[in-house]
Write a protein that binds this ligand. Sequence first.
Ligand code: ADP
Ligand code: MG
Length: 235
Amino acid sequence: KNNSELEEIKALEEQYESISADVSSFDELPLSERTRQGLRDHEFTTPTDIQREAVRLALQGHDVLGAAKTGSGKTLAFLIPMLELLYRRRWTRVDGLGALIITPTRELAYQIFAVLGNIGQQHDFSAGLIIGGKDLKFERKRMDQVNIIVCTPGRLLQHMDENPLFSADSLQMLILDEADRCLDMGFAKAMNAIIGNLPTERQTLLFSATQTKSVRDLCRLSLKEPVYVSVHEKA
Ligand code: ADP
Ligand code: MG
């Protein structure tokens, strides 16, 4: 099984540079069998525009700055490449935190967590929701065993500051969802502090419906030579 997994990963990686920009089905993308099955089981067949663009660029290893309105399918646009990255790195429970997803509100965090549970079902990663309003002690105990965290900025910062079990040293991917709303809600300081605490050797995907000056500042702080993807004009 280990060998066939390595072979699968190698075969996927060989296809990344030649992914077509106009795939019409998830089947045409070089995705792991586990992710494919997660998508199939939840009846996702055709990628949306932002998914087509962001998944291709993220698989190729780029940092991505994505602009797309609500309802365009941004959740899968970041969850798919995130799952693929951890799978490729053969991430396991003992490897610690591999991916961090920051979103402005509890409801959005819940939604992302639910979609992750669906399309990530066949993978072996552990995931945690860090959103406040729950028992901090309970969240705390499990922090050192979690591979993927979905969180709101304030609560995550609280863990970073106060929880000795929390470590982001092994982080592979940072995802900033609805970055403009995070900033509008007064999380700029928390976001800066969080990003300042993360390893710089990582891939970052940032999504924002609008490109304000404060979003551009956040991009400068968090992204390296990002590829800009916008799907506003189409629709
Ligand atoms: P956004 O974050 O851009 O607002 P979401 O990721 O929440 O968008 O997706 C919006 C809706 O579209 C959800 O109900 C989701 O299940 C659905 N959706 C997303 N991607 C696809 C797809 N490829 N095919 C069909 N439905 C999709
Ligand atoms: Mg969203």
